[in-house]
Write a protein that binds this ligand. Structure first.
Ligand code: NAP
Length: 289
């Protein structure tokens, strides 16, 4: 069985460490965090692992799972290398969605296989996450040998593997921010518009709920182009023009959002093919001005 150690063991390290340990996918050796007390707490949570205070105290293992915050990954890998723990037989991997495996370059320079695996999940509470990790999509990139090992390990704990192009990992990561965090911001923008129309916030939330849930269901059932409805799907330039004017005078930021997303909606409308070309051309002009 492959051996592994965890460098930085917070929400993600604890969840993944415990799942790998309980699945018997690999044997956990060491856990290194900033403080020995948190490494002890992580070992207790996982039910395995030796708490370690410094890089010099780590054993050599097959895989170092670097699960510290993104800003500390490069320094941690540097420490692993300086401690003489990395060679051709080692695999080093991190779990960041925002950074590619090139941040592990010092380990690669010593012959190690390097990769990153990004579980697309919000790890708020490890005790909950160990129960609902199965089915989590995990984006992977890096050396073929390292990818193979990570696919095997994360597959063993229920992860679903997909490949990422490391050259555009930041753009890839922005995708999750757009569909998750910005969806929340978009809901807030919509709420403000309802409120301006005299609808109390609580009522607006009730009104929005079936609309938003229905739209999300349609997107995953039929795809984005077929799920698009409303004035841009119909090519109704008159409505788009009046809404732009109304938003400009209410809140210029909402008008900017309407304009920016309107361009994407216009592309979808053209794919959908429901609206007449002159209406769409007029909308394009309105959105640009
Ligand atoms: N949270 C998420 O939802 C999520 C989702 C996908 C991917 N990720 C990625 O997973 C990685 C870990 O994130 P997280 O949310 O688990 O972080 P976290 O909960 O903040 O835990 C970070 C851990 O790293 C340790 N640490 C901090 N600086 C360190 C250093 N210089 N050297 C060694 N250990 C250090 C901390 O030690 P102490 O315990 O002593 O403070 C802590 O154990 C990040 O790359 C993140 O981007 C996170």
């Amino acid at each position: 069985m492959k051996t592994f150690s965890i460098i930085g063991c917070g929400a993600v390290g604890k969840t993944v460490g415990r799942l790998l340990h309980e699945a018997g996918a690999a044997a956990l050796r060491d856990i290194l965090t900033r403080s020995l007390s948190s490494a002890r707490a992580a070992a207790d949570f996982i039910g395995a692992g030796r708490p370690v205070a410094e890089f010099g105290g780590l054993e050599r293992v097959d895989l170092y799972l670097v699960a510290c915050p993104d800003d500390a990954i490069a320094a941690s890998v540097g420490e692993l290398c300086r401690a003489g723990l990395v060679d051709r037989g080692t695999t080093v991997c991190h779990l960041s969605g925002a950074l590619a495996s090139d941040v592990l370059e010092p380990a690669a320079a010593l012959g190690a296989r390097v990769a990153s695996v990004h579980p697309v999940k919000s790890f708020a509470d490890p005790a909950v996450c160990v129960g609902d990790f199965a089915g989590t999509w995990c984006g992977i990139e890096g050396d073929p040998g390292a990818r193979e090992l990570l696919a095997e390990l994360f597959g063993a704990i229920g992860g679903k593997i997909f490949e990422i192009d490391p050259r555009f990992k930041t753009v890839y990561h922005a995708g999750s921010v757009l569909v998750c965090n910005y969806l929340t911001a978009l809901m807030e923008a919509g709420l403000r518009a309802y409120q301006k129309g005299g609808v109390p916030r609580e009522t607006a939330l009730l009104v929005m709920e079936p609309l938003v849930r229905g739209t999300v269901d349609n997107i995953f059932r039929a795809g984005t182009a077929r799920a698009l409805t409303g004035p841009i799907a119909r090519g109704d330039a008159g409505v788009v023009g009046r809404q732009l004017d109304a938003l400009e005078s209410f809140d210029a930021e909402l008008a900017l959002i309407y304009r920016a997303l309107g361009h994407v909606a216009l592309q979808l409308s053209r794919q959908k093919g429901q609206a007449q070309a002159p209406g769409l051309a007029a909308i394009e002009e309105l959105l640009a001005t």
